[in-house]
Design a binder for this molecule. Sequence first.
Ligand SMILES: Nc1nc2c(ncn2[C@@H]2O[C@@H]3COP(=O)(O)O[C@H]4[C@@H](O)[C@H](n5cnc6c(=O)[nH]c(N)nc65)O[C@@H]4COP(=O)(O)O[C@H]3[C@H]2O)c(=O)[nH]1
Length: 822
Amino acid sequence: MPALRLLHIEDATTDAELVAYELRRAGFELSVRRVETEAALHEALENFAPDLVLCDYSMPRFDGMRALRICHEAQPDLPFIFVSGAIGEETAIESLKSGAMDYVIKGNLKRLPAAVRGALERSAERQARQRAEQELRESSHLFQTFMEHLPGVALMKDRQGRYVFTNPGIALTLLTGQRDITGLTAHALLPPPVADQLDRVDRLVLESRQVVVDVQAFPKADGGDAYWEITKFPIMDRQGKAEYVGAVAFDLTPRIEAEEALNLRTRAIQVSANPILIVDITQDHAPLIDVNEAFEHLTGYPRGEVLGQNCRFLQAGDNAQPELDKIRAAIRERRAATAVLRNYRKDGSLFLNELHIAPVHDPRHGKVTHYVGIMHDITQIRRYQDELEHRANYDTLTGLANRNLLQERVRQAILHAQRHALAFTIAFIDVDNFKRVNDGLGHGAGDKLLGLIGQRIQDCIGPGDTVARLSGDEFVLLLSEHDTQSKNYQLVQRIQSEIAKPLELLGRQLTVTCSIGMAMFPRDGTQTEHLVANAEAAMYRAKAQGRNSFQFYAQDMNAQGIARLSMENDLWHALDNAEFELHYQPQIDLRLGRITGMEALIRWRHPTLGLIPPLQFIPLAEENGLIVPIGKWVLETACRHNRQLQREGLPPVRVAVNLSARQLRDGRLGEDVRKALESTGLAPGHLELEVTESMVMHDPDAVLGILQQISGMGVELSLDDFGTGYSSLAYLKKFPIDRLKIDQSFVAHCTTDPDDAAIIQAVIALSHSLNLLVIAEGVETAEHQAFLARHDCEEGQGYLFSKPIPFEAMRSLLASNPAYAV
Ligand SMILES: Nc1nc2c(ncn2[C@@H]2O[C@@H]3COP(=O)(O)O[C@H]4[C@@H](O)[C@H](n5cnc6c(=O)[nH]c(N)nc65)O[C@@H]4COP(=O)(O)O[C@H]3[C@H]2O)c(=O)[nH]1
């Protein structure tokens, strides 16, 4: 036990010693400090740290009551006892009231030890109590703070259901917002059903003495419910009786709402039409942790079979896909990406997967932990795109490249050739007389023929070459390795002999030929259009030289080709646009000087080029077959005009109409003639058809039938350009010809060239012997007329009498009923 530190305020040292003696005698161990001034007291209180103060009441330099105050102020709990001479009852009471713990008279020091012990004990008690109070205050403060900051509700109720304690959070569950509800019950605060439920659970807790966890809905001010999870527990009193219900409650609403939102999203993923997969990349083999129904549907893999697996199984070993690198790089760099992959279903079938992957960040540390993949089956779309692309680049009829693809390939060939200083060839192939097959056997057969020809051409060329069908019967070849004419020559020979091989169409043996033109890069052009146009020009030149031939491009073909091309183009529309008209040249009876007939000669009134003579477009129309409809129009118009003149009362004349070779072969000529006569009402004897020697002699057997048919109708026939060919007059006997027409080239020189004169005489004589009439064309002078008349040529036609004139002029001429000099 440490020595009692005694501070003694005493001016008399002997008194002080007596006091110490008395206390030691009573068993106290003492450490004593004696002071007798105020200053010394302050110093001692500060440095000596006394356990007890004894003080004389009245001292010469100090006052006991003052000393008491000083000690009290410095240390309120320090035990203070007056030890003094007699001070009277009142003073003693006064001192005790002022805080002294006891009063001992110096004359009765025996009482001092007991007084000291009592003071020390009381002081110790007081200090203990103060400490306890302090601790209580502190713990109460801690409890308050804790309760105030608790993110929920804490409360206590008594057995009657009255709130004994609530934290401020209680306001959250109550509609009132009331904070102090001590003494109230739930029924005073909440709707009855809610209060009833709370009471029920309280009773359960009190009766079972168990912890009960319950979820309770509380109505919210804005409508709807807030859900609280309430944990209730019994609180026992000292006797172990469950007197109170304690409760802590937490608002579940945000969690429930978050769960609902999550559920919604999960459901959205589940029912999404797009297959969706989720991969965990925190694990080494990046397993699938979720897939939706659309994934199962597309791939055929059930969910349970693929979860935990790496998505690699979708590639089924087809791992050499460059697009896979895109996915790998994106995952390495933790970013999104899109790639098109070849994936395989469970049944092994292929589908094209346009896969979009996006990283998912963990909100806690921002790291990418998962990837979400959205799949898109683009197999059909791709197929459709390919189909479109194919249609855009390939000819549907033959399966060959079309103009588009050809242009692209030629463009590439030009770039390649320019880079490596190479040459290549463009060949233009046109099937000879294709129109005849098409018209004769029908379009189906024509299409089949084009397919066969395309195939034959294809078989002749190399793998690096392209064969394209431009339109109709035109094929263009890009021969990328043909850099010399000799190579081209060999190829052309091969193509022409391949195409010319007999083939069978609709059960008929057929042989077709083709004309080929060629242009070489860079010599004949450095641009696609020029090369193709020049090859085409060469093809036309080849055609002009006879079928089944070929030509290399030569500079001068160009202008000719272009003009021809544009004219051909216009010719297609000329008939629809009514750009044709007929002029008439009168034919004169050379003995009577009267008009007996007129020849219909076609003119084309071109919108920009003006009046075009027939020799400039008839051969073209012959070639492309337009001559047939044009010829039909001429026939009808000539008949109509002639009938009109007759109706107007003019002297009836014959109208002569030129036929072309193609019309003769067309097979519908007889029908056309009959219709023209019928529809116009012209008598057959007033129509004459002119055929040329060459037309008849080319295929005499075929022509004979149609000429007999026409002649049988009563229509007259004349043989035009007679003398220019090599017809044998003997052969002519077989034909139902009425009239021979001496070509103007003989007439022109009949008066100057004895040979021509002799020929004319012989022709006239022979004709007469065959009972044929004779008409001479190109009668330009009176001498011509006289010569012809002298040799019994019945009729003449030429500038001497009239040039070909429009219909109106012809009508006027007939109306004037001219008499030409004979
Ligand atoms: N130098 C000279 N020429 C004369 C004289 N008298 C007439 N001519 C011309 O000689 C041509 C006679 O017609 P063509 O031999 O049947 O030769 C015709 C005929 O083969 C053809 N043609 C004209 N119209 C038609 C037609 O409707 N259908 C067919 N298929 N061919 C036609 O075009 C050819 C040329 O017709 P056009 O230019 O009208 O030329 C006409 C006519 O204008 C003359 O005294 N001196």
